[in-house]
Each structure stands twice: as structure tokens, then as C-alpha cells.
Design a protein around this ligand. Sequence first.
Ligand code: ATP
Length: 213
Amino acid sequence: MAKIPQATARRLPIYYRYLNFLKDAGKERVSSTELAEAVKIDSATIRRDFSYFGALGKRGYGYHVDSLLAFFKKTLSQDKLTNVALIGVGNLGHALLNFNFHQSNNVRISAAFDINDDITGTIQNGVPVYPMADMQEQLTVQQIEVAILTVPASVAQSVADQMIAAGVKGILNFTPMRIAAPETVRIQNVDLTNELQTLIYFLDHFGPKKDEE
Ligand code: ATP
């Protein structure tokens, strides 16, 4: 995985989803052209992406669906269950707990944390909500290295520091704050307000998308 470029890595889930669809439909092989059409990524990019995985399509044959799927499954860690924590059970945190990635069998929020006594000690949609003081212990016991951050922006950095000190290696950051973290920690930012404003900006300035990116 180390040598796969980020842009390629980001396309992996798209390929994975479509290949699963092909498998369910009973297809054994697929050409880069067919894939290109289905996932709207040009076929040269697909061939280049796949070459990083060591998957070499044969001319006139295409790619073997099963072997590609096996590779993606492993690379995307879809073959093991990953427990994830959520910190901050407010409106957004609650929504994510209720959602709990139910369309995936392989990731789920298994522990939530908050400072509010009204909610700690309760179980929300099957997920126990612990006080912050229990974070270290729970993360260790449940072997959790990934956490979703849905606390107020004002405390985002200090809560992130606590998470990192407790061994978190990946943070899905829903706060608008940019988190400072050591290089050993990966942060993925999801700023919903920003995304929505960007969408509106593009619509206002360029109108609806035609074919090109
Ligand atoms: P949202 O921003 O998700 O809509 P909200 O408006 O309901 O949430 P916020 O004030 O943003 O509430 O807080 C989100 C949650 O984070 C609350 O449940 C709050 O108790 C919790 N929280 C606040 N400070 C901390 C902290 N230092 N550590 C952990 N949780 C915290």
C-alpha cells in the first residue's frame, strides 16, 4: 500500500464497490473500458491505478474480477472488522451513531465518549457512551485506533490531543478546526458546512456540471 499514490487510493473504494456489483451479477472479468464507463474514470487512469496493485489486465481479456476484489478487500481492510470511537455525542455525533455505517459489515462505532453527565453511562443505538476519563482504557481494550471527532470547534484541538495520547492513529475530523498532530497520526477532515458552501459557489458561478470534471 505504501507506494500507491493518494489519488489512486481514493479511487479504490469506487472500484471496490463496482467490482462487487459485477461479482454479484456473475461477471468473471471486466475490461478497463467497461469499468471506465461504469465508474466515470478514464480507462488510462484505471489501467495506471491497477498497475500499482500489480494487476495487469490481459489484452482482449481484461481483469479478473475475483482477484481484483480479493486485493481490494485486503487493501481496504474490508476483510476485518474495525472498531471506531466517536468523541462528542451532540447533534452530529448522534446522527453518526444512529447511522453507524450500517451498509458496511466492516466498520462500526463501538464506543462513544462525552463530557456531558446526562449522556455518559447511556447506550445510544447500541453504542455505550463513556465519560472521557474512560477513553484510554476503552480504546486499549477494544483495540481502537480510529476515532471520529464531533466535539465543538473550541475544544477540538485539546480533545484531539487526548485522543492521540490515548493511542488514536487516525482521526475523522468533523470540526471546522485544522488539527495539529504528530506525523504518525492521520487526520481526515470532513467539513460539511464548507462542502455545502463550495457546492453552492460552484453552482452559482459555473452552473450545473456537464460531462467534464
Ligand atoms: P453538533 O456540533 O454536533 O451539532 P451540538 O450543537 O449538539 O453538536 P456541541 O456543543 O457542538 O453540541 O457539542 C457536541 C458534543 O460534544 C456535546 O455532546 C458535548 O457534550 C461534547 N463535548 C463538548 N466538549 C467536550 C470535551 N471537551 N470532550 C468531550 N466531549 C465534549
